[in-house]
Design a protein around this ligand. Structure first.
Ligand code: T5A
Ligand code: NA
Length: 207
């Protein structure tokens, strides 16, 4: 039986990494599971993205958008292979962040969608939703490029359009989960929606 492809999404500080770690620990009780972080900053493309996010280099909005997508493409072969071997892959961000953040900067929505077409389709996307007020309680924004209230507000609006697009093209896979409350409470909400049955082959995004 193939592994599952699970994606966690959400704004900065919504608790994705915290919950991805917990989820993998729980999944490992039933079988092999691994983390796939996006951006994967360890590859040569990932290093360019990292420099951009840390404002060490400047880049055209379209160029950085395509690099984020290229970073997913370069990791996609291993994702497919692992899933075929029965390993569940849990991604910390994916194409949905790619669209929401770039569209929030003003790039056309359909343009933002296009380069990820054909990537592995997640069996389930858990979108951690948190109000800006609750996010603010989790400490000040960091130093990275998009960590401003204005950018996060605009990205939040774009995530709603991404959810609608996902529901239209791949119904039933997008799950909004309230990310307010304790780590344990959020973990329990995720546990309730993550139990997907995979009786079909891994699909292709937006196709
Ligand atoms: N990006 C990304 C694009 O523009 N295009 C793309 O295609 C992709 C993939 C970097 C940036 O890149 C952009 C989006 C981002 O701006 P990143 O490396 O994932 O993306 O960002 P990180 O900085 O690593 O992660 P985040 O800031 O988004 O944080 P998380 O993972 O959502 O949150 P987490 O778990 O680290 O928690 C944040 C803090 O809150 C606490 C934690 O202990 C931590 O201190 N916390 C809680 N506190 C109270 N209650 C809870 N329930 C809590 N859960 C966690
Ligand atoms: Na994170």
């Amino acid at each position: 039986m193939r592994g599952k492809f699970i994606v966690l999404e959400g704004l900065d500080r919504s608790g994705k990494s915290t919950q991805v770690d917990r989820l993998i620990q729980r999944l490992e009780q039933d079988g092999p599971a691994r983390l796939q972080k996006f951006p994967d900053r360890t590859t040569s493309i990932g290093k360019m993205i990292d420099a951009y996010l840390q404002s060490k280099t400047e880049m055209d909005d379209r160029a950085i958008h395509l690099l984020f997508s290229a970073n997913r493409w370069e990791c996609s072969k291993r994702i497919r292979e692992d899933i075929a071997k029965g390993i569940t892959v849990v991604a910390d961000r994916y194409a949905f962040s790619g669209i929401a953040f770039s569209a929030a900067k003003g790039l056309p929505f359909d343009y933002c969608l296009a380069p990820d077409e054909g990537l592995p389709l997640p069996d389930v996307v858990i979108n951690l939703s948190l109000s800006p007020e609750d996010a603010a309680k989790r400490g000040q924004y960091g130093e990275e490029k998009y960590e401003t209230l204005d950018m996060q507000e605009r990205t939040r609006a774009q995530f709603k359009l991404v959810a609608r697009e996902m529901e239209r093209r791949h119904p039933g896979r997008w799950k909004d989960v309230d990310a307010a409350g304790s780590v344990e409470e959020v973990g329990e909400r995720i546990r309730q929606v993550v139990g997907v049955e995979v009786d079909t082959e891994l699909g292709q995004l937006w196709m």
